[in-house]
Design a protein around this ligand. Structure first.
Ligand SMILES: Nc1ncnc2c1ncn2[C@@H]1O[C@H](COP(=O)(O)OP(=O)(O)OP(=O)(O)O)[C@@H](O)[C@H]1O
Length: 289
């Protein structure tokens, strides 16, 4: 079976630069999975996202080696306009994407461009508006709403086009914690409801980890580690050494493990940490009696 995303020995160097922005990337991702991508600024995350939706090599000049296949076909082999039904990207500054006078028109615009029928547009519109809680904003101009609302509009506009892969590039980097949580709540609903493959590039690990089936870590253009989320964080010592700081609950258990006070798998969330602690305390109490 072909993976939905298959990147093979992929290297991209922007024209007039000395170093490749991404180097020898190998990554496969099956349909329906949620991948979290982390890495410091300049590590190649956005370049990787652009490479999946055809902006690279379409809009940028550079030198490509290797292959980036979506559903078995090279991104540049897709006929004009057809890759959008496969891969949609939401950027951290969504305003740059807006073209319409109202939120509703913004949501409809992309679907019309793809030539969807009116009943299909209505049905998709209703679905994305309820998923993203945008009903009260439909008649507002998209540039007059808050940052978090803009992010939800951008997400809804891309989702409305039903891409099989959704990529969100630092969707919450400009948001306050409450707006950030609302965006992740939408992603959680989406993960539950739909079969989309979702790739989220994000620094906020607390929000990302509970949703991610797999995690990828990029550094200096290389994919240093990519694995199922729990196995990924089993490499916590290497990640911390390279400047990635997992959530406090996970670090706490890592410290306990280093001091031989804990030997299980590291908890991924506060809820898991609470359960692990409760189990350890119960065991200790049992041992004393
Ligand atoms: N249009 C461009 N032309 C030339 N070099 C670029 C271009 N865009 C990015 N780069 C370079 O490619 C490398 C990877 O950048 P990229 O934006 O992909 O990283 P990133 O991990 O997404 O960073 P950030 O978290 O800051 O968005 C960096 O060295 C960057 O300077």
């Amino acid at each position: 079976m072909t993976s939905l995303i298959d990147i093979k020995n992929y290297t991209w160097r922007y024209l007039y630069t000395n170093q490749p922005a991404v180097k020898n990337i190998n990554l496969t991702l099956d349909e329906g999975l949620f991948l979290g991508v982390i890495g410091p600024n300049g590590s190649g995350k956005t370049t990787l996202a652009y490479s999946l939706n055809g902006l690279i090599p379409g809009q940028y000049h550079g030198i490509k080696e290797g292959e980036v296949l979506i559903d078995g076909t090279e991104v540049e082999a897709y006929a004009k306009g057809t890759l959008q039904r496969q891969v949609g990207v939401v950027f951290s500054d969504p305003e740059a994407q807006f073209t319409a006078m109202t939120v509703e028109d913004e949501l409809v615009f992309g679907m019309e461009n793809l030539g969807m029928s009116i009943p299909e547009i209505r049905e998709r519109l209703e679905w994305v508006v309820s998923l993203t809680d945008l009903q009260p904003l439909l008649l507002k101009p998209p540039y007059e709403i808050s940052g978090g609302q803009k992010q939800r509009v951008a997400l809804a506009a891309v989702l409305a086009m039903t891409p099989r892969v959704m990529i969100l590039d630092e969707p919450t980097s400009m948001l306050d914690p409450i707006s950030r949580k609302r965006v992740f709540d939408v992603l959680a609903k989406l993960k539950k409801e739909q079969k989309n493959t979702i790739i989220v590039i994000e620094h906020s690990l607390e929000n990302l980890i509970p949703l991610a089936d797999r995690m990828a870590f990029m550094l200096n253009g290389e994919l240093v580690l990519e694995d199922e989320t729990r196995a990924f964080f089993a490499q916590i010592a290497m990640l911390m050494e390279k400047g990635i700081f997992p959530p406090d609950a996970m670090q706490f258990f890592h410290q306990l493990a280093l001091q031989h006070m804990y030997s299980g798998a590291l908890p991924l969330t506060v809820e898991e940490a609470t359960q692990s602690l409760r189990a350890s305390l119960a065991r200790a109490a049992g041992g004393q009696s």
